[in-house]
Structures are given as structure tokens and as C-alpha cells.
Design a protein. Structure first.
Length: 395
């Protein structure tokens, strides 16, 4: 049996922990990041039942003493970069899952750095010293079990599962610990009298397939026996870059939605240029009052990261959906560009008119990079909220 050499490191309540790190007055206090919707909650706030994505009003009713702070996305992005510098200094193979979570493979490092458990302990100490944040680490033989172990060990803990004890550990846990088991699947399993992972493992695969479907049943059967052959691999580049904005149920004018769409396209194409990517397929995503969804997409002849080209395409797609929007209302709009490739020098396309739609974009990018994202704004977007820019892993 192979050795437990996979680490899953997960920062605890990342946004809230950054706020507590930067403001000593918040330490040990129930902290909520975000007013309208809870983006993050400290463990002191979670003790009152506050959870991510909960409405701000409900959160404050659950914990009237909670301290609500506005999100500082730039601070979280910088903390994430510092976190990943420690990850990269610790192991040769790091697979990022999000800005505050990663798998690390420490195979073959025992002579150089000690056992996997010793490496995990040192990783936690380094992050505390260099980044100032608590992080929980799970150590196991598979990626799945390492992630489960870190979840069990939270907050600010370390749990190593030796191979000879992994099924004893896993089978005692509730079914909700299995990947893919949300509220709906858990309810189906509970109706069958299944409450633990061990009870899932005792079922034949055919019975699970019958209960929750072919793909989910096969996955649950494999995970309940800790069968997970996935290796830790450096993250691949994104297949698409997108952004979306919830509009609420208040009816907006066509001009108002168009301004939102323009802001989203500027955000997406700006990220593409920063990552030196171009793409061909523009996809418009819509959600309606009845919670149904629709998508419209168009593939360009040539890849681009030009704001003008993408907004023209997005507006044309939006126009085709107007009858549906008028009938059903619109609560969310999103834009994405896919079929991405690296932005490398390529053969120019006729006609050779000497103009470059990208020149204005690059000039605006340079101003924003130097003086901030609000240093130069399109007139139609003045006075409008562009929403939060959620930090992402580098592409």
C-alpha cells in the first residue's frame, strides 16, 4: 500500500481571517465580511449558525454582536499570492483549487524534509509566520481523503490518516463528507436509511446507481472505498474567462442592462489581456425571474481580446434574447469568452488598414494598472457600481 504523501492545505475562513490579521480589534470576535450577502464569516460568527452566501439581514439576526466589514478584494489577492509562495517553497507539485486551497505532493521528500506529517506541520508554521493566517492541513494517500481530513481537522488543525487506518476513519463519517453529496443526494441516501460513509460502502454499486444515478452512484461507491487515482497536477490554464452580475428583481431599462453588460465585458477582456489570452467564442448567460436560464453564443472568425469586438458580439446576442427577457424578466447577466489561446504574434488579417482596436484597450489598461481600476471609466458607467471583483488564481 502506497504511503500517505498528499497534503490538502486550506486557509481557515480566508477573507475573515485576513480581516482579523490586519485589524487586531477583530481578533476573537464574530466577523462577517460583506453586508448584503455573507461572503465569509469567522469561526466565532459561524458558531451562531452564520454561513457563506447567507443574507446579511438573517446573519445579523443570528448574531447581533457580529462586526460587519466591507470586503477588501485586493488584500485577499495579496494574501493568496503570499500563501502560494509558501506552497511552492514547500513542495515541487502544487495543484491550486482556489485562492486559499491547494493540494501538495511531497513524495520523495522524506530524506530532505522529513515525513509528510512533519512537512505538513512545518507548512502550517511557515504560513503562520510568513502570511499571518491559520491554515488546516490534511495528509492522506489520496486527494479525496486528504481533503476530507482537512475538513475534519478544521479550524487551524492537522490530521494525518495512515493507510492502514483510512477506511476506519472514513467509514465513521457522515455521508455528507463524500464529494458530490449535497442536500438532495444526502436526502435520497437518508431515505434509504444510510447515514454514514461505511453504510454507503456496504451497498453494492448497482444499488447506489439505482438510488442516485449512474455517474453519482459509481463515484460514491469508489470514494466510499477511498478509490481515487487522480494525481496532484499543476493547474491547467483556464478554458474560458467570464464574469456575471446579479440584477435583482427590480426591472431595469435596456440602457441600464447594456451598461452592466459593458462593464462585464471590460472586466473579462481586461483579464484576458493581462493573462495574454485571446478567444473566439463569446457566450451570453441569462437568468430569469422564474430561475430558468438561457445561453447564447457566437464564434468569431479570429481570436481577440478587444473590448469593442466582444461588446458588439455580446450586444448582438442580447438583442436575440430580448423577446424572452421582456416576457420572463431578467435577474442575472453574464459574459464569457472561450476557445482561448495564447496571444502570440500571428499573421495579420486583411484588410491592412493600419488601425488597431487594441491600442485604446492597452492604453486604458496601462492607466488602470498604474493609478487604479477607477482612474479612467467609460461615461456610461459613471456612478454605477461595477460589483465586486472576486480574486482568482492566476491563469
Amino acid at each position: 500500500m502506497s504511503e500517505a504523501t498528499i497534503l490538502h492545505a486550506d486557509a481557515d475562513s480566508f477573507y475573515a481571517s485576513v480581516e482579523q490579521r490586519d485589524d487586531p480589534r477583530l481578533r476573537g470576535k464574530p466577523v462577517i465580511v460583506g453586508a448584503g450577502v455573507v461572503l465569509a464569516a469567522s469561526y466565532e460568527a459561524k458558531a451562531f449558525g452564520i454561513r457563506t452566501a447567507m443574507g446579511g439581514g438573517l446573519a445579523r439576526r443570528l448574531c447581533p454582536s457580529a462586526i460587519v466589514v466591507s470586503p477588501r478584494m485586493s488584500a485577499y489577492a495579496e494574501a493568496s499570492k503570499a500563501l502560494y509562495r509558501v506552497f511552492d517553497d514547500t513542495a515541487p507539485l502544487v495543484e491550486g483549487l482556489s485562492i486559499d486551497e491547494a493540494f501538495l505532493d511531497v513524495r520523495g521528500m522524506q530524506r530532505l524534509a522529513g515525513s509528510p506529517t512533519e512537512i505538513a506541520a512545518r507548512l502550517r508554521q511557515e504560513i503562520r509566520a510568513r502570511v499571518g493566517l491559520p491554515v488546516t492541513v490534511g495528509v492522506a494517500r489520496t486527494k479525496f481523503l486528504a481533503k476530507v481530513a482537512s475538513g475534519v481537522a478544521k479550524p487551524d488543525g492537522l490530521l494525518s490518516v495512515p493507510p492502514e487506518r483510512e477506511l476506519d476513519f472514513l467509514h465513521a463519517l457522515p455521508v455528507e463528507r463524500l464529494w458530490g453529496v449535497g442536500a438532495v443526494t444526502a436526502e435520497k441516501l437518508h431515505r434509504l436509511g444510510i447515514g454514514t460513509v461505511g453504510e454507503v460502502a456496504a451497498l453494492p454499486e448497482e444499488a447506489l446507481v439505482s438510488a442516485v444515478g449512474r455517474a453519482a452512484g459509481r463515484q460514491l461507491h469508489a470514494l466510499a472505498h477511498n478509490r481515487d487515482r487522480r494525481r496532484v497536477q499543476p493547474r491547467r490554464r483556464r478554458g474560458s474567462i467570464g464574469s456575471q452580475c446579479a440584477l435583482g428583481r427590480r426591472r431595469r431599462s435596456h440602457e441600464g442592462v447594456d451598461a452592466v453588460l459593458l462593464g462585464l465585458v471590460e472586466r473579462v477582456t481586461g483579464r484576458m489581456r493581462k493573462a495574454q489570452r485571446v478567444g473566439r467564442t463569446v457566450t451570453l448567460r441569462l437568468r430569469f425571474d422564474d430561475f430558468s436560464r438561457a445561453t447564447r453564443s457566437f464564434t468569431l472568425n479570429e481570436p481577440t481580446a478587444e473590448t469593442r469586438t466582444v461588446i458588439d458580439t455580446a450586444r448582438a446576442l442580447f438583442a436575440t434574447a430580448l423577446p424572452m427577457i421582456e416576457q420572463r424578466g431578467l435577474t442575472l447577466v453574464g459574459i464569457a469568452v472561450s476557445n482561448l489561446q495564447n496571444d502570440v504574434p500571428a499573421q495579420l488579417v486583411l484588410p491592412f488598414d493600419g488601425s488597431s482596436g487594441n491600442a485604446l484597450d492597452l492604453a486604458v489598461d496601462e492607466i488602470r494598472n498604474r493609478y487604479g481600476s477607477t482612474a479612467i471609466v467609460r461615461a456610461v458607467l459613471l456612478g454605477r457600481s461595477s460589483g465586486l471583483t472576486i480574486p482568482l488564481l492566476p491563469d
